[in-house]
Every structure is written in C-alpha cells, then in structure tokens.
Design a protein around this ligand. Structure first.
Ligand code: MTE
Length: 319
C-alpha cells in the first residue's frame, strides 16, 4: 500500500529525483529532448520501456495516427478548439503530481504520482473511443485497470459511485478563466462501472507517456461511454454514496446524462448518434471530418462485456 504524504512534505526537488528513479524502474523514464520533436510530439516526453503486456482483446481495426490523436483533442481547460490543447499543452506542469483520494474508503490520503503507479504492471490496450460529437478514434493506450488502483484504497459498502476531478489551476489550464464548464472538470462512474475490467487508468499512448493534451499524467479511458467520461489530468478520486454531479451534465442536463453509454438508439437532442466518423490513419486533420461514416455500435462495440451492468436500467431515461 502506498504511503501517505502530506503536501507540506512534498518538495519539488526530492520528488523529482525520487520520481525519476521510480519511473525509470517502471520503464517510464523522463527527459525527452524537445528540440528535435514535431509540435505534437513536444509533450510526448519519452517512450515507455520495459515490460508492457499486450492485452489479448485489443481491436485490430486501423489505428488513428499518433499525430491525429494528439492534435485533434477535447481538453477545454487548454482551449475549446480541437487544435488548442496541443498549442497550450506546455503550460501544464505534471511534475510533481499529487492525487488526493477520499470519501467512503479506509485508506484514502494524498499520494504522489509515483506511489499511485508503483505497484501496477503496464498493459497496452487498443480501444475504440467515441466522442459524443460523433467522431471516433482507435488508440493504443498504455495503463492498468482502474479497479486494481481503487481496491488499494479499500472502499467501504457505502461507496456507490466514484467521483474524479481534474487539476484546477487557471494559470496552467487557462481555459478555466472562462466559464465554459463548471471547473474543475468533474466526472463520475457507478462503482461497478469503475471496477469493470475494461475501465483503464491510462498513463500513455502509442508506447509513450501521455502528452499533456491527452491528459497527462493520469486519465481515464472508459471505452463503452462517450469520450467526455474519460477525464484527463486527474488529481482527485472520491468514493461517494450519491450519484456525483458531472461538469457536462451541469452545463447541459438535457444533452449529457450521467451514464453517457454509447447508444446509437438514443439521439443527442441536436444530432443523431447512429453513425460516426472514424479518424484513422487514412485521413488527417480537417479532411478527416469528411471521411466515411460508419454505424455506431451499442456500447461502442463492447456490449458483450458491459451490457449486463445495465439490464435493470431504462437506457432512454438514463442516457
Ligand atoms: N477531461 C478534461 N479534464 N477536460 C476536457 O475538456 N474532454 C473530454 C474528455 N476528457 C475533457 C476531458 C472529451 S469531450 C473527450 S471526447 C475526450 O476527453 C477526448 O480525449 P482525447 O482528446 O484524448 O481524444
């Protein structure tokens, strides 16, 4: 179990040094030389090395290119246009990084990122991620099951939901100066969704650490839900009894429900969810918006794995 650290005990220098050692040991070494990198790669930091197991159930569909996955982003704290997050990515400082865990659990506390990561073996999982805006990508994520992390905090029987929050710091995340959403960005999952083996705590993509625009250093990937449930740059995990409020639901409750399961049969009030545009290696940037549409699958194609979570739920009411 990770040791508890008070924020007063964290000094950037000692944390830097310690983290460097731990991340090197875990194959997450730091220190890419930015000068020779393309803009989208500038924040990619470094390749992940070491033993990264390949998840056997990865999709073999054509992958989105690294360039596209890291330059066409939604990260409203770094700007609302798709190209803004990569441009503003260097404002976000991810070292040192602390995650606060609390609520209905026995072993909460403040944890340095390295203590969060240390016990977990990394895995590469190629998942589809479908945005509520009706585009989708296929990305090789690197991470570990969220359940393995949550169990370490020993949630109690009153923990019915898990609430996540992104860093709040309008200097590092200048989009927070504007009231586009309620900040900090908040998301939530039912405890069984959070504990589902498909739910991934991601630390990297395409064999590299997460670039900031993709949610460094820690983000969720929940492949059967619309992309906005996959919260980026997480600093808070809270076990709660009641369904938590979420940023998108607060901003437009008729448009973005708590569940947000990918569902071609339930339209968004302003557009259909029956089809999607796949952004893959074949088409880039703006031209990708005009690439062929494909049918959206129930639960984004993960129905065999997750449909049983919702057998008693009216998915039209609980959209
Ligand atoms: N997390 C934070 N903190 N802020 C955001 O604006 N956007 C969400 C989600 N996570 C968002 C976020 C949305 S709408 C989507 S579609 C995905 O991130 C996009 O992830 P990607 O940029 O890696 O494709």
């Amino acid at each position: 179990m990770a040791s508890k650290i008070r924020s007063s005990e964290i000094t950037p220098e000692s944390v830097f040094r310690e983290r460097r050692l731990i991340l090197q040991a875990a194959g997450l070494g730091l220190g890419a030389s930015a000068s020779t990198l393309l803009p989208s790669e500038a924040m990619a930091k470094t390749p992940l090395t070491g033993d990264i197991a390949k998840w056997p159930d990865s999709t073999d569909e054509m992958q989105t290119s690294y360039e596209q996955a890291t330059t066409y982003n939604n990260f409203y704290e770094l700007g609302t246009a798709k190209g803004d997050p990569v441009k503003n990515a260097d404002k976000l400082i991810t070292e040192p990084w602390t995650v606060e865990v609390g609520g209905q659990c026995e072993k909460g506390g403040k944890f340095a990122l390295e203590d969060i990561l240390k016990p977990h073996a990394l895995e590469e999982r190629i998942y589809r991620l479908r945005c509520v805006e009706a585009w989708s990508m296929v990305i090789p994520w690197v991470g570990f099951p969220l359940a393995d992390l949550l169990k370490r905090f020993e949630p109690n029987s009153r923990a019915k939901y898990v609430e996540f929050k992104t860093l709040y710091d309008p200097v590092q995340l200048p989009g927070q100066k504007f009231p586009v959403l309620q900040w900090p960005y908040s998301e939530g999952l039912r405890i069984d969704e959070a504990m589902h083996p498909l739910t991934l705590m991601a630390v990297g993509l395409y064999g590299k650490t997460l670039p900031n625009q993709s949610g460094a250093p820690l983000r969720l990937v929940v492949p059967w839900k619309y992309g906005f449930k996959s919260i980026k740059s997480i600093v808070s995990i809270n076990f709660v009894e009641l369904q938590p409020q979420t940023s998108w639901n607060i901003s437009a409750p008729r448009e973005y429900g708590f569940y947000s399961n990918v569902n071609p049969r339930v339209s968004h009030p302003r557009w259909s969810q029956a089809k999607e545009r796949r952004l893959d290696g074949g088409s880039k940037g703006f031209s990708a918006l005009f690439s062929d549409k494909r049918k959206t699958e129930m639960f984004n194609g993960y129905a065999d794995e997750v449909a049983s979570l919702y057998t008693d739920l009216d998915l039209k009411k609980n959209f």
